[in-house]
Write a protein that binds this ligand. Structure first.
Ligand code: HEC
Ligand code: HEC
Length: 241
């Protein structure tokens, strides 16, 4: 009995400290932050949000994804990736490149943290369905190849750095999968989590990607919103001819 205790105690401690340390990445790292900076950054958040909204609004045909309701830690990490240039510096990836420019407006870690927090606290937004596929096939594939890192119901798995996929619009989801597959995203030497995901995307056909995206978006994704085209169709006439 005592033997088994000592056998399992050290690995338990190691596991607990791993969990604790991986939860600490959220703290603001910039040690030079002063009270004045804090005040200034707070005051700038509102203005910055407006600038982000130019590309991250909820209008159709916008250029960036809707960020509302994504997880804080994921938003924070991605913003830091854009800031340090390990995401957003590939000229082939034009939309990502745009974001690399957008993020230059952020002055310090504090502003990154405030913005990540602001977007994380917004209510998720409905989105237009844009991707169709065989959801049953999508589920089989997802359970076998994605669930271990993104959770059975796409709620994410923080321990392995897998974000929730529940806020993604279909078009953006599909586009990112293709970018991972072609090494347009997750290619940088220092982008460890990006490269993990890039490896997980290799060799998946477009049809299978659509099946997976349709399955996740329709079952766990944002609420469905009628598209502009659907809204333009006049309501059925009540007259009997
Ligand atoms: C000029 C347009 C533009 C501006 C301004 C902009 N972004 Fe982006 N952003 C994009 C595009 C486009 C993408 C998608 C990049 C891709 O395709 O990989 C993106 C991606 C992101 C992502 C990654 C989302 C994910 O799911 O991985 C985050 C986070 C983000 N932007 C936050 C912000 C914040 C915060 C601001 C304001 C400081 C901002 N962006 C300003 C265009 C912009
Ligand atoms: C071994 C773990 C692992 C597996 C398996 C995996 N992922 Fe990921 N995934 C990640 C990590 C880590 C990230 C974060 C990448 C980053 O930081 O850029 C990620 C990111 C993503 C993103 C980007 C989300 C965004 O907001 O831009 C999508 C989409 C995604 N994964 C979908 C999938 C799908 C679909 C599968 C199954 C085919 C899958 N993943 C399999 C670990 C994994």
């Amino acid at each position: 009995m005592v033997n088994t205790f000592f056998q399992w105690f050290p690995p338990c401690i190691a596991f607990v400290s791993f969990v604790v340390s991986s939860c600490q990445t959220e703290t603001v790292k910039d040690a030079r932050i002063t009270k004045t900076m804090e005040k200034e950054s707070m005051a700038r958040v509102g203005k910055l949000v407006q600038e982000c909204r130019v590309c991250h609004g909820v209008e159709e045909a916008q250029r960036g994804p809707i960020l509302d309701g994504m997880e804080y830690w994921y938003l924070y990490e991605q913003l830091q990736k854009f800031r340090s240039g390990i995401r957003g510096q590939n000229p082939k990836n034009r939309s990502e490149h745009l974001m690399g420019i957008g993020v230059k407006k952020l002055n310090n870690d504090l502003e990154v943290a405030y913005l990540a927090d602001w977007f994380a606290r917004q209510d998720p937004k409905p989105s237009v369905r844009t991707v169709w596929g065989d959801e049953e096939r999508g589920k089989l594939f997802y359970d076998a190849r994605c669930a271990s890192c993104h959770g059975e119901k796409a709620k994410g798995n923080r321990l392995v750095g897998g974000p929730a996929l529940t806020r993604l619009e279909g078009w953006y989801f599909l586009e990112q999968m293709r970018k991972f597959r072609s090494d347009e995203r997750g290619y940088h030497q220092r982008d460890e989590s990006g490269r993990v995901m890039a490896a997980a995307s290799k060799g998946i056909t477009d049809d299978t990607l659509k099946d997976v995206v349709a399955y996740i978006v329709n079952n766990y994704g944002p609420e469905h919103e009628p598209s502009m085209r659907d809204r333009m169709i006049p309501p059925k006439s009540k007259k009997p001819f």
